[in-house]
Design a protein. Structure first.
Length: 322
């Protein structure tokens, strides 16, 4: 990798794809000098369960950057046990299909205690980030509770985690909502970070339920449209298929085709009131470059499989060079 000056980078991220990509960004920046990155993490997945506040995407990024994540399961802490979860189930508490590991529960208890004491979500994330050398600054998208709800075609409503984890996205969704998000504000430091960035990267996270809630916080989309930074997205679609999870179901629900070009068009070009300047396509989708270019977004083609940290760093490096 040829050296280049270290930019200030802002990453929009959520989920496992976002945590893997963030690791790659940190590694790419480490190879050029001291990392200078801010990661804005989705909090739409958050929920209350058994009296504690869970923040799945925050924890995925936190554990990955801290070297604590379970890389086999793809979520939670490495080497975790489930004695407390078993006891909760014996009491008929919680959700039997939503496992809380013992170490993971320690995180949730610490978070909940701080929130109950009056700390903001931003302050809680800052405290959590002190435990391990993360190498980047983490920010929640907002301090407001804006959990994602799924409106079903049959008229029902579920918390996103129940729809995603229990039902594996098999119940047909009609729409996704974040009640109260219209009154939310960006977490302190977000607008300033975007305004002062040299480049903003949109991770290959679920466009609907990971990146979508971040963009729905009033003020964040406008900040992206007006920043002097280049805004570069990385496709979560490879060869016409989602890499992980059920993002295709989410995309279908909002009328977007599961293709790299369609997701780029969904985000839109900054010149046309969207958010992207450039879009990183997988080699398998190189033939979609013309379609991306046609909507005013510069297409770039690179290998996009995040098989390990080096591969993720190579992807991040390609995006940084855009």
């Amino acid at each position: 990798m040829t050296a280049f000056s270290v930019p200030h980078v802002v990453v929009l991220a959520g989920g496992v794809g976002g945590s893997k990509f963030t690791l790659g960004v940190r590694e790419a920046l480490r190879r050029t000098g001291a990392p200078d990155a801010t990661v804005i993490v989705n909090t739409g997945d958050d929920l209350w369960l058994s009296g504690v506040r869970l923040q799945p995407d925050i924890d995925s990024v936190l554990y990955a950057l801290g070297g604590q994540n379970d890389t086999v399961r793809g979520w939670g802490r490495a080497g975790d046990t489930e004695r407390v979860n078993e006891e909760l189930q014996a009491w008929g508490a919680g959700w039997p299909w939503f496992t809380l590991g013992d170490l993971d529960l320690g995180t949730h208890l610490a978070r909940t205690g701080w929130l109950r004491d009056g700390a903001t979500v931003t302050e809680v994330v800052e405290r959590l980030a002190r435990r391990w050398p993360l190498g980047v600054r983490m920010l929640p998208m907002t301090d407001t509770e804006v959990d994602t709800h799924v409106l079903l075609e049959d008229g029902g409503r579920l918390h996103f985690q129940e729809w995603w984890t229990r039902h594996r996205a098999t119940l047909a969704p009609a729409a996704f909502e974040n009640p109260g998000i219209e009154n939310a504000v960006p977490a302190p430091g977000i607008v300033e970070a975007i305004a002062g960035a040299d480049i903003v990267l949109v991770a290959p996270s679920n466009p609907v339920v990971s990146i979508g809630p971040i963009l729905a916080v009033p003020g964040i989309r406008d900040a992206l449209r007006t920043t002097r930074a280049r805004v570069v997205g990385v496709s979560p679609i490879i060869g016409g298929r989602v890499v992980r999870g059920m993002a295709d179901v989410c995309l279908t629900a909002i009328g977007v085709e599961t293709s790299a070009a369609a997701v780029a068009a969904h985000y839109g070009a900054r010149a046309e009131d969207g958010i992207l300047d450039a879009w990183l396509l997988a080699e398998e989708d190189a033939d979609a470059a013309a379609s991306v270019d046609a909507v005013g977004i510069r297409p770039l083609v690179a290998p996009l499989w995040m098989t390990d940290v080096d591969a993720s760093a190579a992807i991040a490096d390609a995006a940084l060079r855009a």
